[in-house]
Structures are given as structure tokens and as C-alpha cells.
Design a binder for this molecule. Structure first.
Ligand code: AMP
Length: 280
């Protein structure tokens, strides 16, 4: 695996690979890698000649300075994992490399997907996500980008970004990888105590309960049930429990079995905010 810290060095190498006719699969991450990230990398590897992974804790997408400061950094272990997964290139830039001091932050007209759900609780978050992904896509020009369903709204935001910028890249979504308890793998799980980690599996049980009852219960009552289950098991606050249409995240008032639904949750345990979702 070749590690690049500078944009220009990376671009030079990629242009040489392009001349050889290689296709590029790109997996952006913030590091503290776990099996969920590795499942994205395996998918990217299966669909392209070269796999490029980035590790960059993007400051512009954090609205909570404590979350940013406490974000786990495990670069040496990450590099070993990426090597063992056969990743070809790791892009490990500094903040100045991604956001040169003389550059102006771009603003993206993302529409309602920016301000609902995660956007309502994390103002500016999706603008920050778009800034970094737009920059990466411009530098790397991958054929495919692989992202996780765990961050479902983020995937929808990136679809919108691609519409706005016209970048020619195929976005592939990878299913959420879970621990055997059902807890979605997340870099933030390392900040949970053993007890909290066990309690946190309630999110998936509650999502499954929602999935199994959506055909027969009203969405409003189901949201109340799911929220109560989560709050009875170690979580002290739910930012939201929402039942939406999966194609546009509009809230569902009456469930229609012909249209894919999604149940989404964001909740706090200790001072850790976890998100998850399930498609129905
Ligand atoms: P992050 O490092 O948290 O920014 O995540 C990088 C990518 O990995 C994003 O596309 C996430 O959606 C994806 N991801 C994170 N956790 C999981 C998981 N448990 N299963 C699948 N993909 C995941």
C-alpha cells in the first residue's frame, strides 16, 4: 500500500495508473477502522482495479467540538488493517491539504435533505460532508465511491451532491455491519463502557420491532414504542425516531407496502451519540 499525504503526489500517481487503464474504487473514512469499514473496502475491491481509502477526520462536519476532540484516532492500527485488506492507496492528508488557507468554503444547495433529521440536530454537518467529499472526488476522480447504509441520510446527501456537481462517479451503498448483539459497528462504540455497549444493542432490537409492526401499527404509535424501548435501556435522550419513505425521507403517516420505508434513530448513551436505521 502506498500512503500519500500530499494532494499533488497522489494526483501524479493516480494519473499514471489511469494511463494504464486502471479503474478506481474509493472509500472515504474518518479512521478508527472497524469491520464495517472493511466491508466497504471489500466491496470496492471487488468492483475496481485499484482501491483507494482516505482517513481524514473532517473538522467542517463536526458541529460539536467535544465530539471532534474525542474522535478516536488509531492511525497505526488502521494502516495495518488496510494493508491486510489489500488496499492499494491510503490518502492521509492534513487539514491544510484539504482546506488550503486561501480557499473559500463552498456552499451546496442541498434542499430539504440538509435540514431534516441529522441536519436538524447537527447544523452545518452535511455542508461539511459535501465540502470534503467534493474535494476528494475532484482530486481522485474515482469510478466508484462506496458508502455505508448506516449513514443513510449522508448517502442521500451525496446523491444530491453528485447531481449538483455532475461528477461522474457511481455511488454504491453497502449494508450496515453489526456486532453479534445487533449493535451497528461504529468508531464511536470504542467510547462506550462494556455495560453501555451491551445496552446499546437495544437500538437494533427496537428497529426490528418497528420493522415487524409497521404493517399493523400506526407510525405515530410505533415511534412512541421504539422511543420508550430505547430510553428504558441506558439511553437518556433520543434526538429522533422517524419512520420515513426511503426514497426522499418524507415522514410516513400511513404505511404503504408498495413503497420502501426506513426507520431511523439517533440517541445518546453516556455522552456518545449513536445512529442507526433499518429498511422495511
Ligand atoms: P466514518 O469513518 O464513520 O465516516 O465512516 C466511513 C464510511 O463507513 C461511511 O460511508 C459509513 O457509512 C461507513 N460505515 C460506518 N459504520 C459502518 C457499518 N457498521 N457498516 C457499514 N458501513 C459503515
Amino acid at each position: 500500500m502506498i500512503i500519500f499525504k500530499k494532494v499533488n503526489d497522489l494526483k501524479q500517481q493516480l494519473s499514471a495508473f489511469r494511463k494504464q487503464g486502471k479503474t478506481f474504487g474509493f472509500v472515504p473514512t474518518m479512521g478508527a477502522l472497524h469491520e464495517g469499514h472493511l466491508s466497504l473496502i471489500r466491496l470496492a475491491r471487488s468492483k475496481s482495479d485499484l482501491t483507494i481509502c482516505s482517513i481524514f477526520v473532517n473538522p467542517t462536519q463536526f458541529n460539536d467540538p467535544e465530539d471532534f476532540n474525542k474522535y478516536p484516532v488509531t492511525t497505526a492500527a488502521d494502516i495495518q488493517l488496510l494493508e491486510s485488506e489489500g488496499v492499494d492507496i491510503l490518502f492521509l492528508p492534513s487539514v491544510e491539504e484539504i482546506y488550503p488557507p486561501d480557499s473559500q468554503p463552498k456552499h451546496y444547495a442541498l434542499g430539504t435533505v440538509e435540514t431534516m433529521l441529522e441536519g436538524a440536530y447537527r447544523p452545518g454537518h452535511f455542508q461539511g460532508v459535501c465540502q470534503v467529499i467534493d474535494r476528494f472526488l475532484t482530486i481522485i476522480e474515482p469510478d466508484i465511491i462506496v458508502m455505508g447504509q448506516k449513514d443513510y441520510q449522508q448517502v442521500m446527501v451525496i446523491k444530491k451532491l453528485l447531481e449538483l456537481t455532475g461528477q461522474q462517479v457511481r455511488l454504491i451503498t453497502c449494508p450496515t455491519l453489526r456486532e453479534f448483539t445487533g449493535l451497528a459497528r461504529s468508531s464511536r462504540n470504542t467510547r462506550l463502557t462494556d455495560e453501555q455497549r451491551a445496552q446499546a444493542s437495544i437500538i437494533y432490537s427496537a428497529l426490528l420491532y418497528g420493522k415487524n409492526h409497521l404493517a399493523t401499527a400506526s407510525p405515530g404509535l410505533l415511534i412512541a414504542d421504539i422511543t420508550a424501548k430505547i430510553l428504558s435501556n441506558g439511553f437518556y435522550k433520543c434526538d429522533y425516531v422517524a419512520i420515513c419513505n426511503a426514497d426522499d425521507l418524507s415522514p410516513i403517516e400511513v404505511y404503504n407496502t408498495n413503497r420502501t420505508a426506513i426507520i431511523l434513530v439517533a440517541a445518546f448513551i453516556g455522552n456518545v451519540r449513536l445512529i442507526d436505521n433499518i429498511l422495511v
